[in-house]
Design a binder for this molecule. Structure first.
Ligand SMILES: [Mg+2]
Length: 176
């Protein structure tokens, strides 16, 4: 039995789709995730030519409306039956997100106990056997195995075991 640390945004919830919706609405663009296959999303957005989505994350309604990632519910349920699964989200920067993330979890992942759901600020204190996350800042301080969940802002990042979807994560745990 392993202790598995799972991130929410861009791992369980499709935050990038929500961010792109806001970005496109603010800038009158129609960018899709594929546009960032060969360029860094943050560099592009912070180039000075565009309005950024960031303030919108402090408003109500952003996190609660995110779509769940394909197969995340089924695979996390299966993982939680065989392993110790903890959902850990660096969320306290966005106070409105706390209630919304809790409600979102109740809606899509009711089988995850509140005991296994951590809303925090900095993940460097988190310990476990495997961490699944889309941000290097969280993975680089983790002492166990790491899985980098593919996202539009991490295309240039190398040196991590990259996974593209939840089926791959399922295979990682059940076919090894
Ligand atoms: Mg994330």
């Amino acid at each position: 039995m392993k202790t598995i640390i799972i991130d929410m945004d861009d791992v369980m919830a499709d935050a990038s789709a929500g961010i792109l919706d806001v970005f496109n609405e603010l800038n009158g663009t129609d960018l899709k995730k594929d546009f960032f296959k060969d360029k860094n999303f943050y560099d592009f957005m912070n180039s000075g030519k565009y309005l950024t989505y960031r303030d919108r994350l402090f408003d109500q309604g952003f996190f609660i409306n995110l779509e769940v990632m394909p197969d995340a519910q089924e695979v996390i349920k299966e993982l939680s039956e065989k392993h110790k699964v903890y959902i850990v989200s660096a969320a306290t920067e966005f106070p409105n997100s706390l209630r919304e993330k809790y409600d979102w979890m109740q809606k899509y992942f009711p089988f995850i106990s509140w005991r296994n759901f951590m809303l925090c600020g900095d993940k460097s204190i988190v310990k476990g056997d495997v961490m699944i996350d889309d941000h290097e800042k969280n993975l680089k301080t983790f002492s166990g195995e790491t899985l980098l969940f593919d996202a539009m802002h991490n295309q240039q990042l190398e040196g991590y075991h990259r996974v593209y979807n939840w089926q791959e994560i399922h295979n990682y745990f059940f076919k090894n």
